[in-house]
Design a protein around this ligand. Structure first.
Ligand SMILES: Cc1cc2nc3c(=O)[nH]c(=O)nc-3n(C[C@H](O)[C@H](O)[C@H](O)COP(=O)(O)OP(=O)(O)OC[C@H]3O[C@@H](n4cnc5c(N)ncnc54)[C@H](O)[C@@H]3O)c2cc1C
Length: 405
């Protein structure tokens, strides 16, 4: 096979699949409209890395666990290669929202029996000790979790095999086509930026601009993070979550977040959202934000690409135009595909957890290698799922909700 691919988007999604393909000797044309990698949703100062267990060990739980474990492995490989990934495995304390949630958290630990390194339940006293601040109850302790600076992950992904990844920064793809057997990406002046047999759309919510991706139920959720001043020596030194999160100090700043509003395109910081984050902070660490007001704090806005079923979209794009709406396929294997066109998208609020695994999975699907996930999970994230019989109606009934966490 001619081992060349175009990847559109240099966020977590694009940089991870570019890295995994380049590791297999592929040459990548990476097109990014910003002047550098990790400037979109993947540009926050820090985000949280930890799995999300459930009592029934559902697909979301299995996928976040696999993503978490793969990310840890990937980070170790990047560090072994001498690359300066910014992250810290400080541990993540996920406090229960209330008594009922605490009981569920306990039951999940009892039912799943994870090793103490992976997950344990800590009572209120232990939780306060870990946080270095009084808290209202106990919760999960993920000793191997931590915070990650996502833009640094994008940069080191691209640096690892830099000789095989050719970035085209400051170029926005306006249209794509495949006149013969090669995909071409053009700018708005009609100038061709790159061509290759394989094209990966890793350009978050903007993927919908291309007609071949229009059928995907891709939405965007605006998220605002607030930055708190972090005096030297102040707690917490671990990530603490409770319907939101607060990070340890990173360059003198702590991140608190994040808001979640669907189909909201406002780019600038909103003071009401900063106030919401301060309320979130008070829910996590009561009294911690006393003396702070919304007008004092900076932050950052990003737009999460998400899908109503909360699972990402990783794989070959289905050919919606080739399907008779009256006779939709019943199985994924029957979904016709657009030749050479792939998607790595819809990571929602879990891009830090999923991107490394997603990059590897997509590289396997493109090259025909054995995927790193069980077959049912590969099917669960297949973008072709939205073309299956009965799926449209079910999707219309699914509201896009704030993810659990
Ligand atoms: C406030 C907030 C908090 C979050 N917290 C966490 C967290 O704690 N843990 C976690 O796991 N995840 C978290 N996430 C989610 C995570 O950051 C996202 O899932 C992830 O960054 C999405 O990566 P992406 O590459 O799909 O999108 P992006 O990073 O947005 O990358 C898409 C890229 O495509 C480029 N692009 C778009 N259109 C074009 C075009 N036509 N031509 C060229 N380039 C184009 C854009 O410029 C952009 O760089 C958070 C997200 C937000 C917004």
């Amino acid at each position: 096979m001619n081992r060349r691919a175009i990847v559109i988007g240099a966020g977590l999604a694009g940089s991870s699949v570019a890295e995994r393909l380049a590791a297999r000797g592929w040459s990548i044309e990476l097109i990014e409209r910003a002047e550098a990698a990790g400037q979109g949703a993947s540009g926050n100062l820090a985000g949280v890395l930890r799995p999300l267990p459930s009592l029934d060990d559902n697909r979301l739980a299995r996928l976040t666990r696999a993503g978490f474990l793969y990310a840890r492995q990937h980070f170790a490989a990047l560090e072994a290669a001498g690359l300066a990934l910014r992250w810290r495995p400080t541990g993540v304390l996920h406090l229960a929202r209330d008594e009922a949630h605490a009981a569920t958290q306990r039951r999940i630990v009892e039912a799943r029996q994870p090793s103490a390194d992976e997950l344990r339940f800590v009572d209120r006293r232990q939780a306060a000790q870990l946080a270095g601040w009084p808290v209202s109850g106990g919760g999960w302790w993920f000793a191997g979790g931590g915070w990650v600076a996502p833009a640094s992950l994008c940069r080191v992904n691209l640096a690892r095999h830099a000789d095989r990844i050719r970035p085209h920064y400051g170029r926005q793809v306006a249209c794509i086509d495949r006149p013969a057997d090669l995909w071409r990406a053009y700018d708005s002046a009609g100038q061709m930026i790159a061509e290759a047999p394989i094209l990966v759309l890793a350009n978050a919510g903007d993927a919908k601009r291309f007609a071949l991706a229009e059928h995907l139920p891709l939405r965007v959720a605006r998220g605002q993070v607030s930055h708190l001043p972090a005096p030297a020596g102040s707690p917490p030194d671990v990530v603490v979550c409770r319907s939101g999160y607060v990070t340890p100090a990173i360059d003198g700043v702590r991140c608190v977040g994040a808001t979640f509003s669907v189909d909201d395109g406002e780019l600038g910081l909103r003071q009401a959202d900063t106030a919401e984050n301060l309320a979130r902070l008070d829910f996590i660490l009561p009294g911690y934000g006393d003396g702070l007001s919304a007008s004092m704090l900076g932050g950052r806005v990003g737009f999460r690409p998400l899908v109503p079923d909360r699972l990402p979209m990783i794989g070959a794009i289905g050919d919606a135009a080739a399907i008779d709406p009256e006779r939709r396929p019943a199985r994924l294997a029957e979904v016709p595909r657009v030749p050479g066109l792939y998607l790595n998208n819809g990571f929602g609020a879990r891009g830090i957890v999923w991107s490394a695994l997603a990059g590897e999975l997509l590289a396997c699907l493109i090259t025909g290698a054995a995927p790193p996930l069980a077959g049912d999970l590969v099917g669960a994230v297949d973008p072709g799922r939205f073309l299956l019989r009965g799926r449209q109606q079910r999707l219309r009934n699914l509201a896009v909700q704030r993810p659990p966490g």
